[in-house]
Design a binder for this molecule. Structure first.
Ligand code: NAI
Length: 274
C-alpha cells in the first residue's frame, strides 16, 4: 500500500545490481511513494544489464559512477539535478565490496591493498557522497541520506573480516558528517544496520547461510527482509522522521537486543542429547 510519503521528492539511489539488491527494493518503493530519482552504480556493474529493467519500471535515468571517484560523484550530482529539475531530497548509499572476502582471505592474512580498497569503496565513498553534495549544495534543506551497515561494526563476526572496520567507519562518518550537514543545512544522515539478507554482497560472505539461520533463530521477529529494509529506508527519506539524524538504526527483528533465544537453547540441548 502506498502513502505518497515521497510525493514531490527527488533522489539518487545507488547500488541496485539485481532484483535481490536492497537498493532495487528501495527504488521500487520510492517510485510507489511518488518520488523521482536517478539510479547509479559502478560502470563495471552496468555490464550485467539488470539495472536497465529497473530503470524502465521506475522511469529513472541511470548515471554510472564509481563511488571511489570524486569526479564521477560530481557528475552524478550535476546530471541528477539536471535530469530531475532541481536539488535532491534523498540519497541512498547501498555500496559495499571487499576483495578480501571475495577471495576468502582470513582476518590474519589480509591483503592490505584490498583492505584499503574495501574502506574506499564501502566507507570513504559515503564521505565523498556527502562532501561533494555539500560543496555543490546539491541536497535540499531537510534532505535525508541513508547508508546501509551491519552489526559487525559493533561485535565480532570472524568471517566479516575487513568489512567490520569498513562498517564501523561508515557509521562514524554518518555521525560526523551528520553533525556538520545538520548544522549547515538541516540535512540528516543515518545508517541502517540490516539483518543478513540474501543478496550478491551478503551471500559472498563465508558461512553466510549459517549466520543467516542463526540470526533468524535469534531474532524474535525473524530476519528483516530486503523489502522490509526498503520500507524503513523510505520512512527515513520521508518527512515523518525529520528529527532523526546521526543514528545507527538497527533493523533486525530484535536481534541486536537478544542475548540468546529459546530456539537456540533448544537446538544445543537437542545436540547434546544426541
Ligand atoms: P548488492 O551486491 O546487491 O549491492 C552492493 C552494491 O555495491 C552493488 O550494486 C555493487 O555494484 C555496488 N558497488 C560495489 N563497488 C562499487 C563502486 N566502486 N562504486 C559504486 N558501486 C559499487 O548487495 P546488498 O546486500 O544489497 O548491499 C547493499 C548494502 O547493504 C551494502 O553496503 C552491504 O554491505 C549492506 N548490507 C548488506 C547485508 C546483507 O546481508 N546483504 C546486511 C547488512 C548490510
Amino acid at each position: 500500500m502506498a502513502y505518497g510519503l515521497l510525493k514531490g521528492k527527488r533522489g539518487i539511489i545507488s547500488g541496485a545490481l539485481d532484483e535481490n539488491s536492497i537498493a532495487w527494493k528501495v527504488a521500487l518503493k520510492a517510485k510507489e511513494e511518488g518520488a523521482t530519482f536517478t539510479l547509479t552504480n559502478a560502470p563495471i556493474a552496468m555490464r550485467m544489464g539488470a539495472i536497465n529493467e529497473l530503470a524502465k519500471v521506475c522511469d529513472a535515468q541511470i548515471i554510472p559512477a564509481d563511488a571511489t571517484s570524486v569526479e564521477d560523484i560530481e557528475k552524478l550530482y550535476t546530471q541528477s539535478m539536471d535530469v530531475l529539475g532541481g536539488k535532491v531530497d534523498f540519497v541512498l548509499h547501498s555500496i559495499g565490496m571487499s576483495a578480501n572476502i571475495r577471495k576468502g582471505k582470513e582476518y590474519g592474512d589480509l591483503n592490505y591493498d584490498w583492505y584499503l580498497k574495501s574502506l574506499d569503496v564501502s566507507s570513504l565513498s559515503l564521505h565523498k557522497f556527502l562532501q561533494v553534495a555539500e560543496k555543490m549544495d546539491a541536497i535540499n534543506e531537510w534532505g535525508s541520506v541513508v547508508a546501509l551497515s551491519y552489526i559487525a561494526a559493533q561485535r565480532t563476526y570472524p568471517f566479516y573480516t575487513d568489512m567490520a572496520e569498513a562498517k564501523a567507519m561508515l557509521e562514524s562518518i554518518a555521525r560526523s558528517f551528520g553533525y556538520r550537514y545538520g548544522k549547515a543545512k538541516n540535512v540528516r544522515v543515518n545508517t541502517i544496520s540490516q539483518s543478513p539478507t540474501k543478496t550478491t554482497a551478503g551471500s559472498g560472505i563465508g558461512g553466510f547461510d549459517a549466520f543467516y539461520e542463526f540470526a533468524e533463530k535469534m531474532s524474535p521477529l525473524g530476519n528483516a527482509t530486503a523489502d522490509d529494509c526498503a520500507n524503513y529506508t523510505i520512512s527515513l527519506f520521508s518527512d515523518l522522521t525529520r528529527m532523526v539524524t546521526m543514528q545507527n538504526l538497527f533493523h533486525d527483528g530484535g536481534y541486536s537486543s537478544t542475548g540468546i533465544s529459546e530456539e537456540l537453547v533448544q537446538m544445543i540441548q537437542n545436540q547434546n542429547k544426541a
